[in-house]
Write a protein that binds this ligand. Structure first.
Ligand SMILES: Nc1nc2c(ncn2[C@@H]2O[C@H](COP(=O)(O)OP(=O)(O)OP(=O)(O)O)[C@@H](O)[C@H]2O)c(=O)[nH]1
Ligand SMILES: [Mg+2]
Length: 278
């Protein structure tokens, strides 16, 4: 049993002491849930009768989560375009490949775009994934304008009757305004060809509270429609996912649970909370 579970089972047997609550609060904050979420959980523990505790805490956590649709809406006969964004190294390229694989397994015709044109290795990485999963990858010349590569990708997707277009962008620090402007440009250029249906922000589940400010700044350049939280494997619980969803009201849509192509699933609030609480 994890720390959450042991605290909760202790508190459901006997009233929590002030010391216990302080300790529990510390554990909650260390799980990257943030002070705000932690304090509301502590209030729940103080308020509720011991026997209701687990369900009350579950309800409190649920109340932080978005009620928006978590699926990616796909209309048949129409191209669905997905832009993948986030800071460096969060798992964008891997998630783009996982997502492509997910749709391909559902019988969709998928096209990937390698819009991280600054690093040859980044393009190679997506090409390798593309080969492995049997999905075409559009690439540009080295150091080409990312927006131009996206334009080509979108044009080709429409022309060749693809159903899903997934654009993998370069990692960028949210504090660098020129890079954030570039993302705005990518969006405008793609939208000259086809509407962008989803902008998915990839959040590294091990990041901590900084993830919230990253997502906030990104959402100012491109309106986010969803999040993918990665690296929720091993001991990481990714409490920051709940904190970020609460702060931005952007629904978590997928969870990355490892480096493999299958280590990916739709975000299910019930099981996520259950895992968080064990
Ligand atoms: N354990 C684990 N590792 C992951 C997961 N997703 C991605 N990774 C690893 O994280 C590292 C970075 O992944 P990338 O997909 O290259 O990340 P990126 O966001 O595209 O990186 P940049 O393009 O450099 O910004 C790689 O070693 C991946 O294998 C995950 O869900 N779990
Ligand atoms: Mg990448």
């Amino acid at each position: 049993m994890g720390l959450f579970g042991s605290f909760l089972s202790k508190f459901s047997r006997a009233k929590a002491s002030i010391e216990d609550l302080d300790e529990f609060r510390r554990v909650l904050i260390e799980s990257d849930l943030g002070v705000n979420v932690a304090d509301q959980i502590i209030e729940t523990v103080k308020r509720e009768k011991a026997e209701n505790l687990e369900s009350a805490v579950t309800e409190t956590l649920k109340s932080f989560l978005s009620t928006q649709d978590r699926t990616i809406s796909i209309s048949s006969g129409k191209l669905t375009t997905i832009l993948i964004v986030g800071v460096n190294g969060t798992g964008k390229t891997t998630s783009a490949a996982k997502l492509a694989h997910h749709f391909k397994a559902n019988g969709k015709k998928v096209l990937l775009v390698a819009a991280d044109t600054f690093r040859a290795a980044a393009v190679e990485q997506l090409l390798t994934w593309g080969k492995r999963i049997g999905v075409e990858v559009v690439q540009g010349a080295e150091n080409a304008d990312p927006a131009a590569v996206c334009f080509d990708g979108a044009t080709r997707a429409l022309k060749d009757g693809y159903e899903i277009l997934i654009i993998d962008t370069a990692g960028r620090l949210h504090t660098k305004s020129n890079l954030m402007d570039e993302l705005g440009k990518v969006r405008r250029v793609v939208e000259k060809v086809t509407p962008i249906d989803e902008v998915l922000f990839v959040l590294d589940g091990t990041t901590g509270q900084n993830g919230i400010s990253q997502a906030q700044v990104f959402s100012e350049s491109v309106p986010l429609t969803g999040m993918i939280v990665t690296k929720i494997d091993g001991s990481t619980r990714g409490g920051v996912a709940i904190a970020t969803e609460k702060a931005l009201a952007v629904p978590l849509k997928f969870v990355g649970t490892g480096e493999g192509i299958e280590d990916f699933r739709p975000f299910d609030p019930e099981s996520y909370i259950r895992e968080l609480l064990t």
